[in-house]
Ligand binder design. Structure first.
Ligand code: HEC
Length: 125
């Protein structure tokens, strides 16, 4: 019953934990479920959206910083793409930065890492 039955595979979204840390925007982040890890295909529009909505709930809607630090090219210059991919997949233990392993495939995490290295939030798909 119910329209919500379609996607039961994902673990509770990390954005759920963001909900009580940020007041306004985190409640309607459903975008992550659309990007599951069923295949290698990367959907730039969905991921760009996830980046702004889900990551943005902590890192600021323009990724200029919030609960988490700014995710600007300038700041992330110290990381290479591999390191960023690992941070996204594994999170940063002991901090509020959650692991995205259950929600994003390695390809998707790498796309986000490369996008963060080469794109500013205003230019996202
Ligand atoms: C629940 C809040 C939260 C969410 C959601 C979140 N982050 Fe974070 N993130 C943090 C916090 C807090 C830190 C800083 C951890 C620390 O103290 O080093 C961080 C750190 C990072 C860093 C390291 C930045 C640096 O300069 O050290 C990257 C990269 C990053 N996050 C990417 C992402 C991406 C990409 C997403 C979405 C897939 C995301 N984060 C979602 C809270 C969050």
């Amino acid at each position: 019953m119910g329209a919500w039955a379609a996607d039961t595979s994902a673990a509770p979204a990390p954005s759920a934990s963001a909900t009580h840390k940020t007041s306004a925007s985190a409640t309607q982040t459903t975008s992550a479920s659309a990007t599951g890890s069923n295949g290698a295909a990367v959907d730039p529009e969905a991921l760009g959206n996830l980046l702004l909505q889900d990551c943005g709930s902590c890192h600021g809607m323009t990724l200029k910083g919030g609960l988490g630090p700014a995710l600007t090219q300038e700041r992330l210059a110290v990381y290479d793409v591999d390191t960023l991919t690992t941070i996204i997949l594994e999170g940063l233990p002991g901090t509020a930065m959650p692991p995205w392993r259950d929600l994003l495939s390695a390809e998707e995490a790498r796309w986000i890492a490369e996008t963060l290295k080469h794109t500013d939030a205003q230019e996202l798909p």
